[in-house]
Design a protein around this ligand. Structure first.
Ligand code: HEM
Length: 414
């Protein structure tokens, strides 16, 4: 089998269970060029960790952008806002260091811990909406809205604005991918500029009326705020959180519930001892990394695992493969919530881009699994409505995840 032509995260067989192919790549061709991505795929734990740590040889600048050239009409619309997508995940030091320091404070363990009561309240409110029905599409009614509402809280925007923010964030993803008809690209450019203006206005308003939220912490010092950021950096990074912190977390919840449903003995252990939930969250992230992989660009001619890589080449760090590497974990395909591995998983990457939202993601995972298991007795995969995976290059998760449980009848006053 030729990995170069076979590897395709969008292919249905690789969407269902890509792990045998990853194992084969680790054994036979640990670094290979994938035509579907136009990038070199890195599959072994040690190589991925080495690339993630070495920001001199492997850059993140423009790592998520396509090389597509926009039609003039689209560029003209984007010029009315900020043309460039300047965000943390796509930057290198020294800019990265300066922006990251702001985010380290904004998402510090203390600030995240303070959000816990709110996260619990949102989770319970969502479950209240379907607990009596006995069945639900978990993605639509819980795993998608939960992290969306939590990011809204963190940023400090009204919940009623979330659909608008989501539209703008989706538009940005389509622009980044670049491969859409010109009319759609133009529509997305308008949505994206609208979102930039929305955040620009909110950030400016925080200068006169500071609140305890993230938009206040992002307000640039040159307009009277406290952050050593340009307005463009503040706006682009606020927008980036909508993508970085939303569907990643949705996928962790969906992947986790599916793993637990498929391993009744692990589910029983977790129900018997809820103190295992934090370890279970990390084992879920190891087994089914929501960020399957992310790109880097080779900064200077180099070699990796014996493969010559020219400057400018793109790499795809396959975190989902690193987490199943037999050199890093014994029995890597076994789901064991008591595993507590000596080697940390790479679901949040490593080095300077290590997920700055990891504490929040772990909190959301912990609360989600605790509340779902406590409130949905006998929860199981739906007997007739199958789960459907989402085809997407970067993220691995579910489009639909129907579940059923033994619902208590709704109380009535009749
Ligand atoms: C389970 C959920 C999540 C997963 C699996 C995840 C995964 C990741 C990964 C793999 C990276 C490194 C990207 C790279 O290779 O360069 C990253 C970076 C990042 N994540 Fe997360 N993430 C999650 C949740 C969140 C949340 C909740 C937030 C914030 C609300 C967040 C914000 C960010 C940001 C801003 C970065 C860029 C950090 C930097 O470049 O320094 N993430 N995340």
């Amino acid at each position: 089998m030729n990995l170069s032509t076979t590897f395709d995260p969008m292919a249905p067989d690789q969407t269902d269970d890509p792990y045998p192919l990853y194992a084969r790549a680790r054994r036979e061709q640990p670094v290979f060029f994938a035509e579907s991505l136009g990038a070199w795929v890195v599959t072994r734990y040690a190589d991925i960790a080495a690339v993630a740590r070495d920001t001199e040889r492997f850059s993140s600048a423009g790592a998520l952008e396509s090389s597509a050239v926009f039609p003039d009409e689209v560029t003209a619309i984007l010029r009315t806002g900020y043309l460039e997508f300047q965000s943390l995940v796509q930057s290198d030091p020294p800019d990265h260091t300066r922006v990251r320091n702001v985010f380290n404070k904004a998402l510090s363990p203390q600030r995240v811990a303070a959000l816990e009561p709110k996260v619990r309240a949102i989770a319970d409110e969502l479950i209240d909406g379907f607990v009596h029905d006995g069945e639900v599409d978990l993605i639509e009614r819980f795993a998608f809205p939960l992290p969306g509402a939590v990011i809204g809280e963190l940023l400090g925007v009204p919940r009623s604005d979330l659909p608008r923010l989501k539209r703008g964030s989706n538009a940005k993803q389509i622009l980044l991918a670049g491969a859409a008809p010109p009319a759609l690209l133009a529509e997305c450019a308008r949505e994206f500029v609208d979102l930039q203006r929305y955040f620009g206005a909110h950030i400016e308003a925080r200068v006169d009326e500071p609140r305890g939220d993230l938009l206040t912490l992002l307000a640039p010092s040159d307009i009277g705020g406290t952050a050593p950021l340009t307005m463009q950096e503040a706006v682009c990074n606020a927008i980036d959180l909508l993508a970085a912190g939303h569907e990643t977390t949705t996928d962790m919840i969906g992947n986790g519930m599916t793993l637990l449903m498929a391993h009744p003995e692990q589910l029983a252990a977790l129900r018997a001892d809820p103190s295992l939930v934090p370890d279970a969250v990390d084992e879920i992230l190891r087994m089914e990394a929501p960020v399957r992989g992310l790109f880097r660009r080779v900064a200077v001619d180099t070699t990796l695992a014996g493969v010559a890589l020219p400057a400018g080449a793109r790499l795809f760090l396959l975190y989902g493969s690193a987490n199943r590497d037999e050199q890093a974990y014994p029995d890597p395909d076994v789901f064991d919530i008591r595993r507590r591995p000596a080697t940390p998983h790479l679901a949040f990457s490593k080095g300077i881009h290590f997920c700055v939202g990891n504490a929040l993601a772990r909190l959301e995972g912990r609360v989600a699994f605790e509340r779902l298991l406590a409130r949905l007795p006998g929860v199981r995969l739906h007997p007739t409505r199958p789960a459907e995976r989402r085809a997407f290059i970067i993220l691995r998760g579910y489009e639909r995840l129907p579940l059923a449980w033994d619902a208590a009848p709704r109380e009535t006053n009749a």
